[in-house]
Write a new protein. Structure first.
Length: 140
C-alpha cells in the first residue's frame, strides 16, 4: 500500500515541478525532464510518462482547486515551484520531504500545523474511494 501511495505522490510531485514549464504533453518529456530529487542526499528517480499523466490527473482532481497554475490561493506569494519549495521550513523540494508534508502539513515557515485545513487527500483517498483510487482508466 505504501509503495502504491509513494508512486502516486511521486507522480503528483513531478507534475507540480513541471507545471511551470510550457510543455504540451507529459508524453513528450525526456528522461531528464522526468527525473526528480527523491531525498535530501540528492538521490533521484525517473518517472515514466504514464506516472506523469497519472500525477497530472490526480493533481487536477485533488489539488488544483487551491493550487491552480502552481500558486497557493490562500497566499499567492508562495508558489509550488522548486525554489519556493526549497525555501520552505523544512524544505519540500524532494519526494521524501513532500511525503512528510502530506502526513504532517505545516505552514510555509514550519511553525503551525495546517492539518485541519490541508488534509492529506492522497493518503486519505484510498480509504474513501477504495479500489477506484489509483485505478486508472478502469474508473476514469
Amino acid at each position: 500500500m505504501f509503495r502504491k501511495n509513494l508512486k502516486l505522490l511521486i507522480s503528483i510531485i513531478l507534475y507540480l515541478m513541471l507545471s511551470s514549464c510550457n510543455i504540451a504533453s507529459a508524453i513528450e518529456l525526456n528522461d531528464a525532464s522526468r527525473t526528480v530529487i527523491l531525498e535530501n542526499n540528492g538521490k533521484t528517480v525517473t518517472l515514466t510518462p504514464e506516472q506523469v499523466k497519472r500525477g497530472k490527473r490526480l493533481f487536477n482532481s485533488s489539488c488544483s482547486t487551491c493550487h491552480t497554475g502552481g500558486i497557493t490561493k490562500t497566499n499567492p506569494n508562495i508558489g509550488l515551484d522548486v525554489e519556493a519549495l526549497s525555501n520552505a521550513t523544512p524544505p519540500r523540494d524532494n519526494i521524501v520531504n513532500l511525503i512528510d508534508y502530506m502526513k504532517n502539513p505545516t505552514s510555509y515557515d514550519g511553525i503551525d500545523s495546517i492539518a485541519e485545513i490541508h488534509p492529506s487527500h492522497i493518503l486519505l483517498q484510498p480509504n474513501i474511494l477504495a479500489e477506484k483510487w489509483g485505478g486508472g482508466k478502469i474508473y476514469y
